[in-house]
Design a protein around this ligand. Sequence first.
Ligand code: SMG
Ligand code: MG
Length: 369
Amino acid sequence: MRIENIELRRVSLPLVRPFRTSFGTITEREITLVHVSTAHAEGWAECAAEVRPLYSSEFIDASDLVIRDHLIPRLQALGDDLTAERVGSALAPVKGHQMSKAVLEAAILDAQLRQSGQSFGGYLGAVHDTVPAGVSVGIMDTVDELLEAVAGYLAQGYLRIKLKIEPGWDLAPVRAVRERFGPDLLLQVDANTAYTLADARHLARLDPFDLLLIEQPLGERDLLGHAALARLIGTAVCLDESIESAQDAAAAISLGACSIINVKPSRVGGYLEARRIHDVAAAHGVPVWCGGMLETGIGRAANVALAGLPNFVLPGDTSASDRYYAQDLTAPFVLEDGHLRVPTGPGTGVQVLPDVLAEVTRSRRDIRF
Ligand code: SMG
Ligand code: MG
């Protein structure tokens, strides 16, 4: 495949409500979109890096720079030999920067699949037409506010609730949600690394609430700590930030650091590595689910396709467009009986809406091949 141009476009979309996690609050999503043009097709993808390096070490300005100065030149060097499947090995000499690598691979894969007429779901091996939708609920000022938010999401049909937690906002909100919505609610929590192993006894007090899992309680490098914690608490430990590759997944599973994995293609360098993590986990009998980074319809379309693979057995953070944005960059993803439909058209199967795109664009830059 011969690329003619890669456009990097910075957009900014206001969130419908602020989203607070243990590491901070965001009110708008600033995103770099990558738009690949070949003679035959175009591809789009979005970079998950945020404005500040708080979820992980990556952040959007650094990502733009590494894409432009360190990653794209390696793709240019491939010439006509470039395919989506070759992106990973071409970029491997550059250490880290999974999100920056992932967005390039995804945009190229989108163009490649649009040219061949295949969908992301078909290419990745999705076996479901629709996927169950969960929703991630941020930290709030009061438990009453939280209960109202959760009630609203359940009324819309969401099939699973994830509560963001941090020290000082854990037992009380979990107890309140469990008591109000009953034992059948699928409920889980995400700490985004906010605890240490010294908090094990405290975290064990979540055991009676029958949570599906606790996501990333400890630091991202602390696999041994997670393994120790998993032996001390009843709730299943799920890893997010710790898993940046299939190799990480294999190590975490072997150490007993997790019994469930949150798969985010952006965090692991792309959809191909995400599929490898799916396969490694499946081989060990470890269930996975699809995480989210507040994606627009562009990234959501591909995530929903991935979530259609057989070992994605838990509802994902794959919510409808209106959970995030009043106006999405594509036709909105909507809940149908608590599920999102896996797109079937070529590539991601969604089209970027030009008028909306123009409205949210802050800057753009073309890199000719
Ligand atoms: O896309 O619905 C979404 C967000 C899901 O909670 C979510 N993501 O750690 O899993 C996570 C967080 C990371 C993003 S926080 C800005
Ligand atoms: Mg998480």
